[in-house]
Design a protein around this ligand. Structure first.
Ligand SMILES: NC(=O)c1ccc[n+]([C@@H]2O[C@H](COP(=O)([O-])OP(=O)(O)OC[C@H]3O[C@@H](n4cnc5c(N)ncnc54)[C@H](O)[C@@H]3O)[C@@H](O)[C@H]2O)c1
Length: 259
């Protein structure tokens, strides 16, 4: 059996734990759960116990947990499947995680996708423009640091308002809750300083919508995502846990794979 250890048993981790325990991924089993707060029958109290029981460690706990445990997991020779990808917008953490030798650094595609075709296109020739537009309910985008006029337009306007238009690295700092999808796109394609991000508050929107566009010699691409929220954490897309399960299934090397 392929043993899966979890760091974080919240909105994402609890679904991964439940599904693995119910046999959702052939040949894989939940082996240990490490969470600072949540109890679980397979709970362990420290990283060493988690590592001793795991062939792969799934981090689904947050930026701080990845900073605290990521490098050590790789150095122990254990594969690390990262869900809190937004943490890699921090250049120092990204380089420490990349350089730690041992287990593999596996970046879960999470709440969006399509990186396979974009990466294929990049082998054909450079992508000249990679962008993501994230449209959210207007009220959800208001931030204390915004101009009063922008906050007013978000609170009372009837038209969509673009509140940010700039490079991905800056977007991750200003809108950390959107950092995961932005960071995944950046890491999979042209990098944090080349991916352009637009954040739009739309009074008519009820869900978050991400539209990724890219163009190059291989073609022109437009990928659009509108995910239902997790019932346990409205800021997390419910499908993210299933991305983790899909990734674990792919790691098991089935005889048929979408690579
Ligand atoms: N890649 C993506 O597309 C994507 C999508 C959604 C969420 N995320 C990220 O996934 C992570 C988890 O999201 P969630 O909605 O499940 O969060 P959550 O808050 O529901 O759960 C996090 C769990 O981790 C535990 N935890 C926190 N710090 C810990 C630590 N240092 N050690 C052990 N346990 C710790 C908490 O007690 C909690 O139970 C977040 O970083 C979130 O930003 C990524």
């Amino acid at each position: 059996m392929f043993r899966v250890g979890l760091i974080g048993c919240g909105a994402i981790g609890s679904v991964v734990a439940r599904e693995l325990s119910q046999g959702a991924v052939d040949g894989a089993e939940l082996s240990a759960v490490f969470d600072l707060v949540v109890d679980h029958p397979l709970r362990v109290d420290d990283r060493e116990s988690l590592l001793a029981r795991s062939d792969v460690v799934v981090e689904a706990a947050g930026h701080g947990a990845l900073r605290e445990h990521g490098v050590a997991v790789r150095k122990a020779g254990t594969d690390l499947l990262v869900v809190s990808i937004g943490a890699l917008a921090d250049e120092d953490l990204e380089s420490r995680l990349r350089q730690a030798e041992g287990g593999r650094l596996l970046l879960c595609t999470g709440a969006i996708g399509g990186f396979d075709i974009l990466r294929a296109a990049m082998l054909f020739g450079p992508l000249e423009e990679v962008a993501i537009t994230s449209t959210k309910p207007a009220g959800a985008l208001s931030r204390p640091w915004m101009d009063e006029s922008v906050k007013g337009a978000l609170a009372g306007g009837s038209e969509p308002v673009t509140v940010f238009d700039g490079p991905a690295r800056e977007a991750c700092a200003f809108f950390p809750e959107s950092a995961n999808v932005t960071a995944t796109l950046s890491l999979a394609t042209v990098g944090f300083d080349q991916v352009r991000v637009r954040m739009v508050g739309d009074p008519a929107a009820t869900r978050v919508r991400h539209v990724v566009t890219a163009s190059g010699v291989a073609g022109t691409y437009e990928l659009s995502f509108e995910n239902a929220p997790s019932p346990d954490n409205p800021r997390t897309s419910a499908v993210t846990a299933y991305s983790v399960l899909r990734a674990i299934g792919d790691l098991r090397r089935p005889s048929v794979a979408f690579l």
